[in-house]
Ligand binder design. Structure first.
Ligand SMILES: Cc1cc2nc3c(=O)[nH]c(=O)nc-3n(C[C@H](O)[C@H](O)[C@H](O)COP(=O)(O)OP(=O)(O)OC[C@H]3O[C@@H](n4cnc5c(N)ncnc54)[C@H](O)[C@@H]3O)c2cc1C
Length: 396
């Protein structure tokens, strides 16, 4: 079996890239290797956890979104042989290609937090990072009448860096509306050192934190959970670099799991030193193998990993891949654009948009660092519609 273009991963990046390529040239012979029967709209899981979105509306059949003209290989890639232009799958098949697009997403490392896999989905321990458990987040909000609700963020790259905070602000708003503001303490325990990396947006978020009376704990990385005892242990890094542990009580714990490049990528010849697919940050072409490209959460780009980033990466990759196929140089450049629609309460959202230089690159002709109802409508209704109807089919 051999394809002109083989795509690894039929998620947001894989499907939109395949669809865009076929819009440019319907004769291209494209194979998509994707193990899952289901396709998920992950950005809505934040709203599921906040009780504002039905989990069943976030999933569709993968088969319905494989673009006409592409072939779905329902399998998973296990290893790469870039010198031979082949991949080997979990089922033991060897598949050849002329050009390869690698986009299998990011890996969630639940078991890196000791005790977490055993207690996730019970004892008040929840996570919007899982289709299975996102609805339990809202159950936890409804069940909590007093005590401490802790929201964590790990060290290292995660998909949608704003998601750990979005659910925290929804929760704080939920408790406030339920008349529990004085009874439930909301706390943010993060391995990071600041609330947001860009001052324009950080300024607004500091006010939001103050409005809800949220306690923040920076440089605290969750390493252990004892669900039945309701204890969470953090690795604490002091300003002088010394490290210690701190264990605290929780009544509700929303965990953002540690994340990394998928193991089958980091152990492959395609990986850079950090394990991601080693591509040029502007052209998305592999630094060693010119017939390989990558985009999405698995690509080794110093950006913020989001679906919004994929929307700007895909047209660049398509242009450059077609150029290379025609014997030309890849000249299109990805700016590092990413966007983080930060939900700051029910009906409130701040739409952060920025590039590699952390320079705001805003779409709308107003100050996007303000919380707005219109931007909530964008996230709640417009973006999901665009995703299923325009983004996956390559129209935008
Ligand atoms: C809670 C949450 C909130 C988010 N909020 C936002 C938001 O507000 N805005 C935003 O823009 N983004 C948001 N995101 C991020 C967004 O969902 C991702 O950045 C986006 O899906 C990345 O696309 P991708 O194709 O790289 O990865 P994915 O869409 O995750 O797709 C990867 C695909 O690769 C497949 N795969 C895995 N292993 C293999 C293998 N071995 N072989 C072949 N295929 C494989 C998987 O089955 C999957 O279908 C959020 C994510 C989460 C979890």
């Amino acid at each position: 079996m051999k394809y002109q273009i083989l795509i690894v991963g039929g998620g947001n990046a894989g499907l939109s890239t395949a669809a865009k390529l076929l819009r440019k040239n319907p004769k291209l012979q494209i194979g998509i290797i994707e193990p899952s029967d289901k396709h998920y709209y992950q950005p809505a899981w934040t709203l599921v956890g906040g009780g504002s979105y039905d989990i069943t509306d976030t999933v569709r059949n993968e088969a319905d979104f494989i673009p006409k003209g592409a072939e779905w290989i329902k399998d998973a890639v296990a290893t790469f042989q870039p010198e031979q232009n082949t991949v080997t799958t979990r089922d033991g098949k060897t598949i050849g290609y002329e050009y390869l697009v690698v986009c299998p997403g990011i890996q969630l490392n639940w078991s890196q937090v000791e005790g977490l896999p055993e207690t996730l989905g019970k004892n008040g321990v929840c996570s919007n990072y899982s289709f299975q458990y996102a609805p339990y987040t809202f159950e936890c909000l409804q069940n909590l009448k007093e005590g401490t609700a802790i929201f964590t963020a790990p060290s290292g790259a995660v998909k949608c860096g704003g998601a750990p905070q979005k659910i925290m602000y929804l929760a704080a708003d939920y408790f406030r509306r339920a008349g529990l503001a004085g009874k439930v303490k909301v706390e943010f325990w993060t391995a990071g050192g600041v609330i947001f990396g860009i001052e324009k947006y950080a300024k607004t978020l500091r006010k939001v934190v103050e409005r809800y009376g949220i306690n923040t704990h920076f440089k605290h990385d969750l390493i252990r959970v004892n669900g039945p005892a309701h204890k969470a242990t953090f690795k604490v890094t002091a300003p002088d670099g010394s490290v210690s542990e701190e264990t605290v009580h929780f009544d509700m714990l929303h965990v953002t799991p540690p994340q990394s490049a998928p193991d089958f990528i980091s152990s492959s010849p395609l990986a850079n030193a950090a394990g991601w697919v080693d591509v040029d940050k502007y052209t998305l072409q592999h630094n060693k193998y010119p017939n390989i490209f990558s985009l999405g959460d698995a690509a080794g780009l110093p950006n913020s990993r989001t679906g919004a980033a994929v929307r700007k990466e895909a047209p660049v990759l398509v242009k450059n891949l077609l150029a290379v196929m025609a014997g030309q140089m890849p000249t299109a450049k990805y700016s590092g654009y990413s966007s983080c629609p930060i939900v700051t309460g029910y009906g409130k959202l701040m739409l952060a948009e920025f590039d590699y230089d952390n320079k705001p690159t805003e779409t709308f002709p107003f100050d996007q660092s303000k919380e707005r109802w219109t931007m909530w409508i964008l996230k709640r209704y417009i973006l999901p519609w665009l995703y299923w109807n325009k983004i996956l089919n390559g129209a935008m």
